[in-house]
Ligand binder design. Structure first.
Ligand code: SF4
Length: 358
């Protein structure tokens, strides 16, 4: 299948073409694909081979992305394509991210069809997720524009592994993002993801200080690899210093997957201790994920400690925010994007078929 023209590349003197979308800088001869597998050289140009093709659509709670401070309780239409520009040995979505058979992308959907499907089902946002949207930038941006035209917002779930120039274009079209900060050492990124940490930190600083995109961060804690108290202290201190106390941080539990089947599941106590460390560093909103623990998944007022948004998995169990997003008890502001009332989507997950002309 012929791809659509891709952006961000240049010709090299030796006849190859270099992709400038992500820090891997793949250099390709005719017919070759980049590491992400979905960007390729066709004759004398780069193309995206997955434009308009999805691995499936599903309406999820926004809390599942996870985003706890962006329109809580509302439904989001989620989709992804195939491929990835990192090679994480612990990938929890490897059937999609490592897909080499593009035939598994069965849903053909135009940007307008996706936006209409989201709007018709009452979704407040479309989430670009399951695999990293950075690698299908042209498709994601066209969908995002179609969504904004219908008042539907856009959420990126990404590892933030992207170069400076495309980063600016990509996040201009997003309203919220959850960025994976997979570990806090170059060694972790190199050994387990064949990537590097610094571009991810650059993305976090860029989103926080140069855009209006609502930002949350997720760190999957993997026993023995990135879960030492010292690394968590350093990660938390960096967030405090460079992003500030108001950026929510989610510590989520690893389960054995892909090439790390021998590594044990993360114990709940590791996540709860990590949360304590991050809060002691000054972060106001720190959560655990993939475990059952309402206390560490609830949002508390940073000033008086009132439980502002109670959560039981993806169900909202309490709401003590004013219409202006302030604590109903002491009037201190809670950082985030809130409406007068939370949505009532709950924990439902509904697969959706989006056809080309829907
Ligand atoms: S986006 Fe894909 S082709 Fe481009 S540099 Fe990254 S891995 Fe290589």
């Amino acid at each position: 299948m012929e791809g659509v023209p891709a952006r961000y590349w240049h010709r090299l003197d030796d006849g190859r073409i270099q992709c400038d979308l992500c820090p891997r800088a793949c250099r390709l001869h005719d017919g070759q694909r980049g590491l992400c597998f979905v960007r390729a050289r066709e004759a004398d140009r780069m193309v995206l081979t997955t434009y308009g093709r999805s691995s499936g659509f599903c309406v999820d709670p926004i809390e599942k992305k996870p985003l706890n401070h962006f329109l809580p309780g509302t439904p989001v239409l989620s989709f992804g394509t195939a491929g990835c520009n990192l090679t994480c040995k612990f990938c929890q979505n490897w059937d999609i991210s490592k897909a080499r058979e593009l035939d598994r992308l069965q849903d053909l959907a135009s940007p307008e069809a996706i936006a209409k499907a989201a709007h018709r089902r009452g979704c407040r946002a479309v989430a670009y997720t399951y695999n990293d949207p950075v690698i299908f930038l042209e498709y994601a941006i066209d969908v995002a524009q179609a969504c904004r035209a219908l008042g539907v917002r856009n959420v990126a779930v990404s590892a933030g592994y992207i170069c400076d120039e495309p980063r600016i274009e990509f996040f201009r079209h997003m309203d919220a993002a959850n960025i994976d900060l997979k570990g806090f050492t170059e060694g972790f990124y190199k050994k387990l993801c064949t990537g590097s940490l610094q571009p991810v930190l650059d993305t976090l600083v860029y989103i926080r200080h140069h855009t209006d995109v609502w930002l949350e961060i997720t760190t999957l804690l993997i026993p023995g690899h990135n879960d030492s108290p010292r690394e968590i202290e350093q990660l938390s201190a960096w967030i405090m210093q460079h992003l500030g106390a108001d950026v929510p941080l989610h510590f989520s539990a690893f389960h054995p997957d892909w090439k790390m089947m021998e590594t044990p599941r993360t114990p709940a106590r590791t996540l709860i201790e990590a949360r304590s460390i991050a809060m002691a560093a000054g972060l106001r909103y720190v959560y655990t994920g993939n475990i059952s623990d309402e206390a560490s998944q609830t949002t508390y007022c940073h000033a008086c400690g009132t439980a502002l948004i109670g959560r039981d998995w993806y169900d909202i169990t309490a709401w003590r925010l004013t219409g202006e997003g302030r604590c109903a008890a002491c009037d201190a502001p809670c950082a985030g994007v809130f409406e007068v009332r939370p949505g009532a989507w709950g924990r439902r997950r509904e697969p959706v078929l989006v056809s080309v002309g829907a």
